[in-house]
Design a protein around this ligand. Structure first.
Ligand SMILES: [Zn+2]
Length: 275
């Protein structure tokens, strides 16, 4: 009886040891993040009037970059924002999104999700190049894209694959845990547009990263905080910046402001990935 009991205790102890080892091995999914260049930066522009409704940046000139991102989650891929359209003239990328993905040995059909921060043309420009992906976009923005008369600065043609019913779309009203394990989360950060989202990516080595979308356009917008005159809602913008600041502090996250050229170096240069 004693022997049998200690034997089963031993088995129990081995079982616990084994399962805790297994738990360590499965501690987190394999997640990687790569920045793709998705538009040609233009000459530095004066940001004092358009990007501040309080004239907060006298004399400040900044160059904007256009960024897309590839997130590898286990065997699945997600693209976050799709940059400028290849037909966008001076700002059009010289190398298209699909070609950049090919350089990473990722075919367009392998991209499971295309997540969109918001409906502006420099973020949805190449979405149609990923027609098999499920489109994840803020419900507020989807409602505008599919409204009978979208505003003049919104071009629904850039997501015609999904508007026409050619692809699966999932309008996102609040936050969205994309892979169901907390590693990639669309964060509702409205204000720039009605359904604007930022993206939280938890990398195994680097830790949490927040991709801003256009919740802010450059560091001074974040520090101020400052509100561009063309934003949809001022108070929502300020509340969203406050949310990002608290998340960044609590998660010790690296904030990457997608249009800020000074933030490009926060990730390894293409084709390298952060993990
Ligand atoms: Zn925008």
């Amino acid at each position: 009886m004693t022997m049998k009991r200690s034997g089963s205790l031993l088995a129990l102890a081995v079982g616990i040891a084994f399962s805790s080892t297994a738990a360590v091995a499965q501690a987190g999914p394999d997640v990687k993040l790569t920045r793709l260049d998705c538009g040609i930066p233009q000459a530095p522009t004066d940001v004092n009037t358009r990007f501040s409704d309080t004239y907060s940046y006298p004399g400040v000139k900044l160059q904007f970059v256009y960024s897309c991102y590839l997130i590898k989650h286990g065997d699945d891929y997600m693209v976050w924002d799709t940059g400028q359209a290849t037909s966008a003239g001076a700002v059009a990328p010289k190398v298209g999104l699909v070609e950049l993905l090919a350089q990473l040995k990722v075919g367009p059909e392998q991209v499971k999700f295309v997540g969109i921060s918001h409906f502006h043309g420099d973020h949805i420009g190449q979405a149609n190049a990923l027609p098999k992906a499920t489109l994840l976009i803020g419900k507020g923005d989807w409602d505008v894209l599919t409204s009978p008369k979208p505003p003049a600065n919104v071009n629904p043609q850039l997501v015609s694959n999904w508007i026409s019913g050619g692809g699966t779309v999932e309008p996102v009203p609040l936050d969205k845990d994309v892979f169901g394990d907390g590693s990639v989360v669309m964060l509702a950060t409205p204000g720039h547009t009605p359904g604007h989202h930022s993206l939280l990516v938890k990398l195994p080595q680097k830790g949490a990263v927040i991709l801003s979308g256009d919740a802010v356009h450059f560091q001074e917008n974040y520090d101020g905080p400052g509100v561009p005159i063309f934003n949809f809602d001022r108070s929502q913008t300020l509340a969203s910046i406050d949310r990002i600041k608290k998340l960044a502090a609590n998660l010790k996250a690296t904030l990457i402001i997608q249009h800020d050229a000074r933030d490009v170096g926060k990730l390894p240069a293409f084709p390298e990935a952060a993990n």
